[in-house]
Design a protein around this ligand. Structure first.
Ligand SMILES: C=C(O[C@@H]1CC(C(=O)O)=C[C@@H](OP(=O)(O)O)[C@H]1O)C(=O)O
Length: 363
């Protein structure tokens, strides 16, 4: 399988460059009969898109999905679902200066070393524009998971720079451009991001995802562990530098008596494991976190080298995000949903309709 595809029974292949004519994906393995309309992609694509608030890149793309195949009379047919979004707002001249230089912290240098050729316009294939198609594919997975298993995948921003939420409310998350769970802090975040943008710099962020309703049994126990595949899928998102499942790295200072999630027939007493034990879902909410690095395309001058091997200074022009993490919540949700749907299909393929096995712990 090429590096542009992932999944086993549900596979997703994305294609396209940020400043090419279009981006797209092929979702293969979706069972037949799921109702699907191009309008259903709009909500999540809007949540991810640039130019929808003043705190993100000001590139304005409509992100209109065309369904090219795999859907007949509004229902999936079981054949590959091809989705296409045309790029309409490229401004390739912004990238004139980086044709000859490598932005520090960006993939310019590594793409050059790997391929000996690169599309510098908008970062080409390495652009976060590619994540649009992950979100589109994720819409299908979210819908299938909800309809067939009552699973709901939701995310929120858990930290931006040094700021952490002082309260938690799912309703607040969708009411501000930061996916921030504490409404009272939103004005302070606005001030913070405005100042950051003016300074020409950027900052990192943490995004947390919770999948509720995942039944016990999903995940392959050794090489296809649910947590392993979540980590791989989440780490493949642009700018992600860290992934945690459950308590993640906080486990380093915990004792076994604290970390284990004690059980009774009424439920688990805690969820340090993030809903996964031995690579298999336990029936508790599946929780994952990602950390996204600060955007590397910034106005603060930085040292680099050019194609001639000379020292140079780079200042990135154009329309960039002061914090790529601001738009990452729907992307992380999509990757979690796609992994879960793939694992659900794999569990069904091997174990059939193994239903409730006693004792079943309520979660
Ligand atoms: C286009 C998107 O994000 C882009 C991601 C990006 C980068 O370097 O990753 C750089 C910018 O590209 P451009 O200079 O073409 O505006 C962002 O706008 C998108 O997410 O849809």
């Amino acid at each position: 399988m090429s590096s542009n595809a992932f999944g086993k029974l549900l596979t997703v292949t994305t294609f396209g460059e940020s400043h090419g004519p279009a981006i797209g994906c092929v979702v293969d393995g979706c069972p037949p009969g799921l109702t699907l309309d191009a309008e259903e992609f709009r909500h999540d694509l809007e949540r991810r898109a640039t130019g929808r608030s003043r705190y993100t890149s000001q590139r304005h793309e409509a992100d209109e999905v065309e369904i090219l195949s795999g859907v007949y009379e509004g229902r999936t047919t079981g054949t590959p679902i091809a989705l296409l979004i045309r790029n309409t707002n490229q401004r390739s001249k912004d990238y004139g200066d980086i044709v000859q230089t490598f932005r520090p912290g960006h993939a310019d240098y590594t793409y050059w070393q790997k391929y000996g050729i690169r599309d510098p316009r908008g970062g080409g294939r390495s652009s976060a524009r590619e994540t649009t198609m992950r979100v589109a594919a994720g819409v299908i997975a979210k819908k299938w998971l909800a309809e067939h298993h009552g699973v709901r995948v939701r995310g929120y921003m858990g930290q931006i720079g040094d700021i952490t939420p002082d309260a938690f409310d799912w309703d607040a998350v969708e009411q501000n451009p930061f996916f921030w769970p504490a409404a009272d802090q939103v004005p302070a975040l606005e001030t913070y991001i405005n100042a950051l943008r003016k300074s020409g710099d950027s900052v990192g962020a943490r995004v947390n995802v919770v999948a509720d309703g995942v039944p016990p049994g999903w995940g392959e126990p050794i090489y296809g562990k649910l947590d392993g595949e979540l980590a791989s899928a989440l780490m493949s998102i642009n700018a992600v530098k860290g992934v945690e499942i459950g308590d993640g790295f906080a486990a380093v200072s915990q004792h076994g008596s604290e970390h284990r999630d004690e059980m009774s027939l009424d439920g688990f007493a805690s969820n340090h494991a993030g809903g996964i034990l031995g690579g298999i879902s336990s029936g508790q909410p599946v929780t994952a976190s990602i950390v996204l690095k600060p955007t590397s395309s910034i106005l603060v001058p930085g040292h680099s080298v050019n194609l001639a091997g000379e020292p140079t200074e780079v200042v990135t022009k154009g329309r960039h995000d002061p914090c790529v993490g601001i738009r990452a919540t729907p992307i992380a949700e999509a990757m979690v949903a796609l992994v879960l749907m793939d694992q659900a299909l794999r569990h069904r393929a091997q174990c059939g309709d193994v239903g409730v096995v006693e004792p079943r712990i309520t979660s």
